[in-house]
Design a protein around this ligand. Structure first.
Ligand code: ZN
Length: 288
């Protein structure tokens, strides 16, 4: 393919891509692995994230009201006792704090220096630093790690395979790397278009694309899971649609109760139809 901006960032030029309607902007869909990707795969840079309403007030909110996370539990299920756990895009350290409560040692990196300050001062996490991946991985102490995680990170990055390769370099030979990504084939397909649109999400993933990315980055065959569609996934997207991706919380008005009711009904109908698909994919793999 002559136009490099239309080349699948997982499969490379040997695969083709087709135009597809995307949230607020067109996507390409890889004809081989099904990855939805933004033409050019250009990351928006720090200023975009610093000014994005999606992240405004995030640290205060998640520290005040930590939410149980299915993906965090999946990850900790795979950590042997006393693991060194490294979280890429650790934010304010919600996952690392949970890992430390379970007897592991937490390390992490995030591009947001404010979130790192919160992780240190409010959660007492000292193995975290502000930096970028893969450039700043060498500065992180504690490698090799028994568990390396990247929750909802690689869909924001311009070269996801290069990032997976960099994570392979810091994971122990018998350790595991776990990533979560937005599922391109989720159903119902609701998702706040502002959250999904490029340049925020550069990619939406299929199981085939995730598998191909791990194999290309030098891992053994990955285990791939789909997060079961849950009430909270649907409720949250109704709230986002009403208030935007940074809703005022907590609220418990009539509208919120109506959204909860709609989410419950929709969940029951989706499950009964047999067509429900989860919003998130998880891949776990050992380095090869
Ligand atoms: Zn592809």
């Amino acid at each position: 393919m002559s136009d490099r901006s239309l080349v699948c960032p997982v499969c490379g030029p040997e695969s083709g891509s087709a135009s597809e309607r995307g949230p607020l902007a067109p996507y390409r869909r890889c004809t081989r692995c099904g990855l939805r990707f933004t033409p050019g795969m250009r990351e928006p840079g720090a200023a975009f994230y610093a000014s994005s309403p999606i992240y405004a007030g995030r640290d205060e909110r998640t520290i005040a009201r930590p939410e149980p996370s299915w993906a965090h539990e999946v990850a900790l299920d795979r950590a042997p006792p006393g693991s060194r756990v490294f979280d890429v895009g650790c934010g304010d350290g919600a996952f690392l704090a949970l890992a430390q409560q379970r007897g592991h040692r937490g390390f992490g990196v995030d591009h947001d220096a404010r979130a790192i300050d919160a992780a240190r001062s409010l959660r007492g996490l000292h193995g975290v630093l502000a930096g970028r991946v893969p450039e700043d991985l060498a500065r992180v102490a504690g490698a090799p790690f028994e568990l390396v995680t990247a929750f909802d990170v690689i869909e924001h990055l311009g070269d996801p395979v290069a990032v997976l390769r960099a994570l392979r370099d810091v994971v122990a030979a018998a350790g595991r790397v776990l990533v979560t990504v937005p599922h391109a084939e989720r159903r119902p397909a609701w998702f706040d278009p502002r959250v999904d649109a490029p340049p925020h999400h550069l990619t939406l993933w299929t199981a085939a694309a995730l598998r191909a990315a791990f194999l290309r980055a030098g891992y053994a065959e990955p285990e791939i899971m789909e997060k079961p569609l849950a009430f909270e996934d649907l409720r949250l997207h109704l709230v986002w649609r009403r208030h935007g991706p940074n809703p005022p919380v907590p609220r418990a008005g009539l509208r919120e109760r109506f959204d909860s009711l709609r989410a419950r009904v929709l969940l029951v109908l989706s499950r009964a139809s047999g067509r429900a698909r989860g919003q998130m994919l998880v891949a776990v793999a050992r380095p090869q």
